[in-house]
Ligand binder design. Structure first.
Ligand code: NAP
Length: 218
């Protein structure tokens, strides 16, 4: 990858029909074995990154729990600094290193709210978080691997901008359907198949009824 150096791995569990959550925001698609696999992977990366909606809807902790290992740095994309004060991410920020990436659009009062927590605030981008600049800043902090864990809007931005190296998708044996469910890639989508990045299937692992597909970008 030319202009940034952390290795970016996109990681998600999807239903057979390519959704990552239902219209009511139920995203529990992984099995116990798959969660354990994911936590092993988390313990090997330097950082985990998610979007603001994933924090406000799922309230994840983004730590390593189902295996032994160190917790990666948590990075939240939050252009206007609106993540809830009561979120597990902010509430556990005294124990687990946390970066909130914001844009210049963040109102002063939101910045002041964030500054009350022992987190690092990185301002990159005018209206929204500039991913390329953020990755550059992360590489200067010696962050060499970033695991992107969604949601659909964030996944799409990394794919659209070609800012990923690997993609790990667990296909879970569920059908969700519906136009209001959250798709793996939100946003506008590509107009032509030829716009898609070229991917090579590196491995397929079966975990009972779940399939773990590991692709790398060519
Ligand atoms: N199945 C799974 O593995 C899985 C994993 C994770 C999440 N999910 C599900 O995904 C859903 C959330 O997905 P979502 O698409 O609504 O939201 P999301 O991708 O979690 O967050 C998107 C938000 O992040 C902020 N953001 C800031 N800078 C950004 C940038 N450069 N690119 C993209 N986003 C940026 C934006 O809000 P601001 O403009 O306010 O900053 C944007 O609306 C939830 O239902 C969750 O349960 C499923």
């Amino acid at each position: 990858m030319e202009n940034y150096s952390p290795r970016v791995i996109l990681s998600t569990a999807i239903s057979i029909d390519g959704k990552i959550a239902t219209k009511t925001n139920d995203s529990k698609l992984s099995s116990k074995d798959d969660i354990q696999r994911l936590h092993k992977l988390r313990s090997k990366v330097d950082a985990i990154l998610v979007g603001k909606n994933t924090v406000s809807r799922d309230d994840p902790l983004l730590t390593v729990r189902y295996t032994k290992g160190k917790n990666p740095i948590r990075i939240i994309l939050d252009s206007k600094g609106t993540i809830p004060k009561k979120s597990k991410i902010l509430q556990s920020s005294d124990k687990i290193p946390t970066i909130i990436a914001v844009s210049k659009k963040t109102p002063k009062k939101n910045l002041e709210k964030l500054q009350k927590f022992p987190i690092e605030i990185i301002t990159v981008g005018k209206d929204t978080v500039n991913l390329k600049l953020l990755l550059k800043k992360l590489s200067k902090k010696k962050i060499k691997t970033v695991l992107v864990e969604g949601g659909g809007t964030v996944n799409w931005e990394f794919v659209k901008q070609g800012l990923f190296d690997e993609m790990i998708i667990t296909v879970s044996p569920f059908l969700i359907g519906g136009k209001d469910a959250v798709p793996y890639l939100n946003g506008t989508g590509f107009s032509k198949i030829s716009n898609s990045p070229n991917l090579r299937l590196k491995s397929v692992k079966r975990l009972k009824n779940h399939l773990v597909l590991h692709y790398e970008k060519l």
